[in-house]
Design a protein around this ligand. Structure first.
Ligand code: PGA
Length: 250
């Protein structure tokens, strides 16, 4: 059975003190008996302080990005090995903000993806269409291409470490969510691609998260779709009460 996952992407938010305060709030409020796998992705400087707080809890540490080289002259970058050494267990790759603001290409994302799984960490791979592509009816082709040119380069064995996060770009941070039907339709399509590429077992066992303006008020309906296995949460992850009601929405 695939896991239910709710992950908070804190993006470029929270100083050290604010990060610690939010983490403490989550420790107080995330139910210890939840079956949902809970993750938070603070900024790089706040990873280790967060890990120090959550290490004995059921909250897991994710990073928002990584470089594909192990070490060397790559000013400003952070390697997967470094992330692992501070307690990171999952690395988010391919977020639409990395693609659109920082120009990350399919080729680069393929390299990063491969590095994450080779280090034995979980890869959370994000993708999704922009509004124009949805309006012109190309969203299925766009998503297929995003997968084929990057994360589908992994072997079947490597793919066992992958969680997918479908995030329609028009829904990220906009307050506009895909309807539960739109999410289900795309997730079912993604699962059919997984089946074609890696077979039935991988398709059934891969968690596919939805991201894009998930809030306490819409989480239950989105998560009730058969092919939606959780969410990648941005804005609503910055407030413990909101995030916890999303965690408990299953
Ligand atoms: P949002 O962000 O929940 O604020 O729309 C989601 C994301 O970017 O992962």
């Amino acid at each position: 059975m695939r896991k239910h996952i709710v992950a908070g992407n804190w993006k470029m938010n929270k100083t050290l003190e604010a990060s610690k305060a939010l983490t403490q709030d989550l420790l107080d409020k995330v139910p210890t008996d939840t079956e949902t796998h809970v993750m938070v992705a603070p900024t790089f400087p706040n990873l280790y302080p967060t890990q120090e707080l959550i290490k004995d809890s059921n909250i897991h540490l994710a990073a928002q990005n990584a470089h594909f080289e192990e070490s060397g002259a790559f000013t400003g970058e952070v390697s997967v090995e470094m992330l692992e050494s501070v307690g990171v267990t999952t690395v988010i790759i391919g977020h639409s903000e990395r693609r659109s603001i920082f120009g990350e290409t399919h080729e680069l994302l393929a390299k990063k993806s491969s590095k994450v799984v080779q280090a034995d960490l979980q890869l959370m791979f994000c993708f999704g269409e922009v509004l124009e592509e949805r309006k012109s009816g190309n969203h299925f082709d766009v998503v297929k291409q995003q997968l084929e040119e990057s994360v589908f380069q992994l072997s079947a064995e490597e793919f066992k470490q992958v969680v997918l996060a479908y995030e329609p770009v028009w829904a990220i941070g906009t307050g506009e969510t895909a309807s539960p039907e739109q999410a289900q339709e795309m997730h079912a399509f993604i699962r059919s691609l997984l089946k074609e590429k890696y077979g039935e077992e991988t398709a059934e066992n891969t968690s596919i998260l939805y991201g894009g303006s998930v809030k306490p008020k819409n989480a239950k309906e989105i998560f009730s779709q058969p092919d939606v296995d959780g969410g990648l949460i941005g804005g609503a992850a910055l407030k413990a009460d909101d995030f916890v009601s999303i965690v408990t929405a299953f």
